[in-house]
Design a protein around this ligand. Structure first.
Ligand SMILES: C[S@@+](CC[C@H](N)C(=O)[O-])C[C@H]1O[C@@H](n2cnc3c(N)ncnc32)[C@H](O)[C@@H]1O
Length: 277
């Protein structure tokens, strides 16, 4: 059996036995997930694993839970965050301070449990505070389709090991420690508006909380690779429609090739920061 037919088989199992449509997931992603579960369940071949998937409801639920990967970390993709910190944000903030509106609008469009949104919020606060005399209002909208993830993001509560990429200075400035847990300080949390939003929502072109799109930076990282070509296209069209004319799109570094196919231009080599055209 080919990889494609294994993926069809998995789709089929979920559709006929659970009534779930998982056909939007990329075939390679599905097969890699099945291979990982094949090892974890000690099946000898992928065919054995597909038989297990067909016969065990528990395994189907475990497989599905594993697909909804909500992993995130602070300053994930260090080169991209370094470029944001040293080049993109200083430039953007200077332009915005000299503009009429003074608003810097950011959307973290698949924020999982908040690390991405808090990472960019720390960088912006640090950059803006370098020159307090000049005004710049930063509005950060952080959304995810998963309600539990958004609750965790809003709680802003992380174990020490989850904060490894954060400098001691940032840890001291933006977190409060209780026992082994670190809580995001309210003054950082209040910079971000968290809400549930599915990027396939047909009714809204951007999170309703943001009122209108027009984002200077949209972060949509480590999400596109889950989806098939036509679903990636829908997501990218939505995001592009919500970006300001010279806005930046930030993806995961492993997703750079996907973006190049859709006429996005990599602004800084090797970082996953793009502009249209
Ligand atoms: C791997 S996490 C990425 C988190 C973060 N952007 C990062 O790079 O660390 C992927 C997130 O995408 C979210 N997601 C998947 N499909 C989505 C959709 N259609 N709309 C909004 N969020 C979605 C998942 O719930 C998950 O939290």
């Amino acid at each position: 059996m080919s990889m494609k037919s294994h993926a069809y088989h998995i789709n089929d199992i979920f559709f006929s036995l659970e009534g779930m449509d998982i056909a939007q997931y990329d075939e390679t992603f599905l097969i890699n997930s099945a291979n990982r579960r094949c090892v974890a369940t000690k099946c000898e071949t992928i065919e054995d694993y597909l038989e297990l998937l067909e016969n065990s409801e528990l395994e189907r639920m475990t497989f599905f839970d594993n697909l909804q990967i909500g992993y995130s970390s602070f300053f994930r993709n260090p080169l991209t965050f370094y470029t944001l910190e040293k080049v993109v944000l200083p430039d953007l903030i200077t332009k915005i301070k000299n503009s009429k509106s003074k608003d810097l609008r950011i959307w973290s469009a698949a924020c999982a449990s908040g690390q991405e949104a808090y990472s960019i919020a720390m960088l912006i606060e640090e950059e803006v505070s370098c020159n307090e005399n000049e005004k710049c209002n930063c509005l950060i909208f952080a959304t995810d389709k998963d309600e539990e993830q958004i609750e965790m993001a809003y709680r802003g509560q992380y174990a020490r090991h989850a904060l490894d990429n954060i400098s001691l200075k940032q840890l001291d400035k933006w977190f409060i420690k209780y026992g082994n847990t670190f809580f995001v300080k309210p003054e950082l949390k209040e910079k971000i508006s968290f809400s549930v939003f599915d990027l396939f929502d047909r009714n809204y072109s951007s999170p309703p909380t943001s009122i209108f799109g027009h984002f200077d930076i949209v972060l949509c990282a480590n999400l596109l690779f889950y989806y098939k070509e036509n679903h990636r296209k829908i997501i990218l069209e939505k995001i592009t429609g919500a970006m300001s004319e010279n806005g930046y799109l930030v993806t995961g570094e492993t997703e750079r090739d996907i973006l190049k196919k859709y006429h996005f231009r990599e602004v800084y080599p090797h970082s996953a920061i793009f502009r249209r055209g």
